[in-house]
Design a protein around this ligand. Structure first.
Ligand code: DP6
Length: 415
């Protein structure tokens, strides 16, 4: 082997939001859950992680950069993912460049990893899910690993539980599995992103100055202290998962919304049942729930489902574009931007929905009339930082355009 070459791959992986929540582990190291969960993958055009992984005989140690800043790879979760993927590495040959890596070489060769999120990491959106999924997917490609996405999901799971569901597009189920070694705890695709194309997703990134409890420690405390969690895992989720799968297969929005909202609410009830109680939602989150409930009731059938993870942000899934346009009118009525913010920076992602809603600029937002289903016309400017409009999206992809790589092809260092 020559000493100069750098071989690399770049991948892009979506984030996901659970509609049946994972909350609680039966094994902390292997990251094995106490119940199945189901998620929808979000369009990577609006929320994704891009990761470049490189190998070179010139590299002295494994190194990683996140959003341009070097970070330690010494944590157990990174080490577990790297070990598991290295075990499965196979021979790689680039005849054109005269590079050949034998299976046994991978143990000695070091890696450089650069990762970038196309959304603010501090926003409290599931960045670790997309991050670990992308790391495992990109390394599998670089190392010519033959395992399929489900098998790779069992490796990503050891980085962060929810990451295993980001190996697929559309709707995804993480099967909890029974084995002690975690070999059957993996993700499978229920349907791809084309199955239910009507859905439209609006995320309200809620302003919060509160320091939140991380998912990892929050769920540990729930497992130790909440009896509601035990009941949920044994009695509620198994039935709900079957009903949710049916609702997704049949594109039955009324059932889907009922189940997703109930599951989000039960997850937050488990948090309240934890000692000491964990409060992830705030007043803004509660207001959004109440607006959606009132509107759904007034329509006679659900227009929108809501779900909240371990933070105050609302993920709102509208049954179709028409409902999404009516939803954004309502959201912008209650939560208009502060006077110094323009609409273009207040609404990110797929902005086409603004046109459907007849909202071309701030003047149109100011002219919105109060939603008829709600008695109160009180507005809360500044309580939402911004909205992201998106849709269900596809799974991980390999980027073939070298210009999109985050590492320099000569040095293997961040560009
Ligand atoms: C509320 O996957 O972040 O988002 O496995 O400890 O890394 P670790 O936790 P994480 O937990 C996600 C919890 C959740 C629900 C979900 O995504 O299913």
């Amino acid at each position: 082997m020559g000493e100069k070459w750098v071989l690399m791959k770049t991948a892009q992986t979506p984030t996901n939001i659970a509609v049946i929540k994972y909350w609680g582990k039966r094994d902390e190291t292997l990251i094995l859950p106490v119940n199945d969960s189901i998620s929808v993958t979000l369009d990577p055009a609006h929320l994704c992680t891009t990761t470049t992984v490189a190998v070179s005989p010139a590299f002295q140690q494994d190194r990683m950069w996140l959003n341009g800043k070097e970070m330690s790879l010494s944590g157990g979760r990174y080490q577990n993912c790297l070990r598991e993927i290295r075990k499965r590495a196979r021979e790689v040959e680039d005849k054109e460049r005269g590079i050949k890596i034998e299976k046994k070489d991978w143990e000695k060769l070091h890696l450089h990893i650069a990762s970038y999120n196309n959304f603010p990491t501090a926003a409290g959106l599931a960045s670790s899910a997309a991050g670990f999924a992308c790391l495992v997917f990109a390394l599998a490609k670089l190392m010519n690993v033959s395992e399929d996405e489900s098998q790779l999901s069992a490796i990503a799971r050891q980085g962060s539980g929810s990451a295993c569901r980001s190996l697929f597009g559309g709707f995804v189920k993480w099967i909890m599995g029974k084995e002690d070694d975690g070999s059957d705890s993996l993700a499978v695709q229920l349907v791809d992103e084309k199955h239910w194309e009507d859905l439209f997703i609006i995320i309200a990134v809620v302003s919060s100055r509160q320091k939140e409890t991380s998912s990892t420690s929050g769920m540990r405390e729930s497992v130790e202290t909440s009896s509601l969690l035990q009941h949920r895992a044994k009695e509620v989720v198994p039935k709900r998962t079957i009903q949710m799968e049916e609702a997704i297969q049949n594109r039955d929005f009324a059932s889907f919304a009922k189940l997703a909202c109930a599951d989000s609410n039960q997850f937050h009830a488990v948090c309240l049942d934890t000692l000491p109680p964990i409060f992830y939602m705030n007043d803004t989150s509660h207001r959004i729930i109440s607006y959606v409930e009132k509107w759904n009731r007034s329509e006679g059938t659900p227009q929108v489902a809501y779900t909240f993870d371990a933070g105050p942000n609302a993920v709102l899934i509208a049954r179709d574009r028409k409902a999404a346009a009516q939803l954004i009118q309502r959201l912008l009525f209650y939560f208009p931007p502060k006077s110094d913010t323009d609409l273009d920076s207040y609404l990110l992602g797929d902005k086409t929905i603004l046109k459907d809603a007849g909202l071309e600029g701030l003047e149109d937002v100011k002219a919105l009339s109060p939603p008829p289903e709600n008695g109160s016309a009180q507005k809360y400017p500044g309580d939402v930082s911004y909205f992201i409009c998106t849709r269900p999206g596809k799974g991980p992809i390999l980027l073939s355009n070298d210009k999109l790589a985050l590492l320099d092809p000569e040095t293997g260092l961040p560009k």
